[in-house]
Design a protein around this ligand. Structure first.
Ligand SMILES: CC(C)(COP(=O)(O)OP(=O)(O)OC[C@H]1O[C@@H](n2cnc3c(N)ncnc32)[C@H](O)[C@@H]1OP(=O)(O)O)[C@@H](O)C(=O)NCCC(=O)NCCS
Length: 164
């Protein structure tokens, strides 16, 4: 998509924008949580945001380390604002998160994926791990990214994301 800048959130304002979009999607739209979807993982997360302009946030995703194994990371709370869906922004965000994991030399990158989104992740090379389980009455599936594919052409893009 034209006019999409994917970058790490560095300011408090950028993080608050991400939290606000998440609330809109996971609390108000999906009713997955009652009042807030924020949890203990937000403290140690970094956020990747997709911007249309400096003030219009189209999507976001967070990544945080596993509590027991620092070489295992989790992605989550992937959300694209409703009016910007099906334009490839979800894919940009997932790919940016995977690239960031590669840069950090993470061994495994996992996500709790809502059942209806499993196919989207499979298209991007993720595989299912274990059985379906339920979170707040919604079926979920743990999935794992393939961090070991060779992708030299993407290296420049990765460096740009980190520097921006
Ligand atoms: C899931 C979500 C992040 C996808 O974002 P998006 O920007 O609409 O997705 P994209 O446009 O990048 O999708 C790319 C491709 O995946 C497909 N796709 C998107 N959502 C899909 C789904 N739920 N199941 C199967 N395919 C899907 C698109 O059709 C498109 O296919 P194509 O490349 O063959 O045309 C977005 O729909 C959303 O925010 N949903 C509400 C919150 C949510 O469910 N978050 C994910 C929690 S695991």
């Amino acid at each position: 998509m034209r006019n999409c800048k994917v970058k790490l959130a560095v300011t408090e304002q950028e993080i608050q924008e991400a939290l606000s979009l998440r609330r809109q999607v996971f609390v108000e739209e999906q009713h997955l949580f009652d009042a807030t979807d924020e949890d203990e993982h937000d403290e140690e997360s970094f956020f990747i945001n997709a911007w249309k302009t400096e003030s219009i946030l189209m999507g976001t995703v967070r990544c945080y380390p596993d509590q027991e194994d620092p070489f295992v990371w989790w992605g989550g709370r992937l959300a694209v604002r409703a009016e910007y869906r099906l334009r490839g922004i979800g894919v940009y965000l997932i790919e940016a998160a995977v690239e960031e994991m590669k840069l950090r030399r993470v061994r495994r990158f996992l996500a709790q994926v809502q059942q209806q989104n499993v196919k989207l992740f499979e298209k991007l090379g993720w595989v299912t791990v274990g059985d379906v389980f339920w979170v707040c009455d919604h079926p979920h599936q743990i999935m794992e990214a393939n961090l070991h594919v060779y992708d030299a052409p993407n290296r420049k893009r990765r460096q740009r994301l980190v520097q921006d």
